[in-house]
Design a protein around this ligand. Structure first.
Ligand code: KG4
Ligand code: ZN
Length: 330
């Protein structure tokens, strides 16, 4: 079973061929990050225009790398939300055209569900046949959510951010500290091996599984204004990262314990963070899963993987499928 996956929800255009749900045959990613870096963040109109230029070559490259043609594909999977409307439209339009031309099933995938399924890719032994109930911590540029997964495609939302998403906080704090865009990898790198002298506040929001990072962001801003010396920046970045990771890990472990989860799964771009990964593994009483680093950030292989598991259920989409920029998982 070969699924062609297409992902274009933000500033990455990606196409992938995945065999039997877990084997990545090709996973081509065209990132626009260098274009958006000059503006300090993703400019939606620029992103969709770039996608229009890249969609055909990226899909073609994914097929060429996999040494197959469209006729060898069994299904087409595409992210139809959440994300930027103009960006999503390009991928969904291409997927519909291919589904129509080849008369193969079309499957719309929730981007966040794709991030979760990146954990099944490449090394199926990591995920047992029945890892459920599973506690998923989704941490990306647009989302921070704790979701209990009770089976394939079955989700219950326990908590989410009330303001900034974790990745968004990383990006904004990196901008405050002059570390460039995207901020997550920059803060991760500059903080390596440091124990910060800054103890920034943690918003525990006791009694809920919700998150809040805007107060922390403001504290870093004040610290950077009070102590503008460039030499202090690595320690501030490390202190910020310690605070974010402390809250994410504590809440995910509490949620996993209280729901009797067998495993904790980390998903989304911030899952690539080295401190989050090591602290979650150090503190969790249950096994912790996270995708290979290159599969943490946006890619189409995770979309194709998710579609493979969806094919086991009767749910199908058709050519009337539209983009859904605010699509939720649960
Ligand atoms: O999942 P993703 O690629 O796109 C969205 O769906 O949003 O996540 C992108 C986010 C960005 O905010 C980026 O700064 C963050 O993931 N990120 C990281 C790291 N790598 C990417 N954050 C912390 N540490 C990292 N190593
Ligand atoms: Zn994403």
């Amino acid at each position: 079973m070969r699924v062609l996956g297409i992902e274009s929800s933000c500033d990455e255009m990606s196409a992938a061929v995945v065999e039997d749900g877990v084997k990545v045959i090709s996973n081509v990613i065209y990132s626009q990050v260098s274009i958006h870096a000059q503006y300090g963040g993703v400019v939606p109109e620029v992103a969709s225009r770039q996608h229009l230029l890249q969609v055909a070559p990226v899909i073609k490259q994914a097929l060429t790398t996999a040494k197959i043609t469209l006729g060898d594909i069994d299904a087409i999977a595409v992210t139809n939300g959440p994300g930027l409307a103009g960006s999503l439209l390009v991928g969904v339009g291409a997927a519909k055209a291919i589904a129509f031309a080849t008369d193969k099933p079309l499957i719309g995938i929730n981007h966040l569900e794709g991030h979760i399924y990146a954990n099944w890719l490449e090394d199926p032994q990591r995920m047992s046949d029945n890892p459920f109930p599973l506690m998923c911590l989704i941490v990306s540029g647009g989302h921070t959510e704790l979701i209990s997964m009770t089976g394939h495609g079955q989700y219950e939302m326990l908590g989410q951010t009330r303001d900034d998403a974790a990745g968004e906080a990383f990006d904004k704090v990196a901008s405050i500290l002059g570390l460039g865009f995207p901020g997550g990898p920059a803060i991760d790198k500059i903080s390596k091996g440091l124990v910060s002298t800054y103890k920034f506040p943690r918003a525990w929001l006791k009694g809920s599984y919700d998150f809040s990072f805007s107060g922390l962001k403001t504290s870093v801003l004040h610290a950077s204004q009070t102590t503008p010396a460039e030499s202090e920046r690595p320690s501030m970045a490390a202190g910020f990262q310690e605070a974010v990771v402390d809250v994410l890990v504590s809440k995910a472990i509490d949620a996993a314990t209280n729901t009797g989860s067998k495993q904790i799964l980390i998903a989304g771009g911030v899952a690539a963070n080295s401190l989050l990964s090591s602290e979650m593994r150090r503190r969790s009483p249950v096994p912790v899963m996270s995708p290979r680093i290159s599969l943490c950030t946006d890619n189409a292989a995770m979309i194709a993987c998710c579609a493979y598991f969806r094919l086991a259920s009767p749910r199908r989409d058709n050519l009337a499928m539209d983009v859904s920029p605010s699509l939720t998982l649960a």
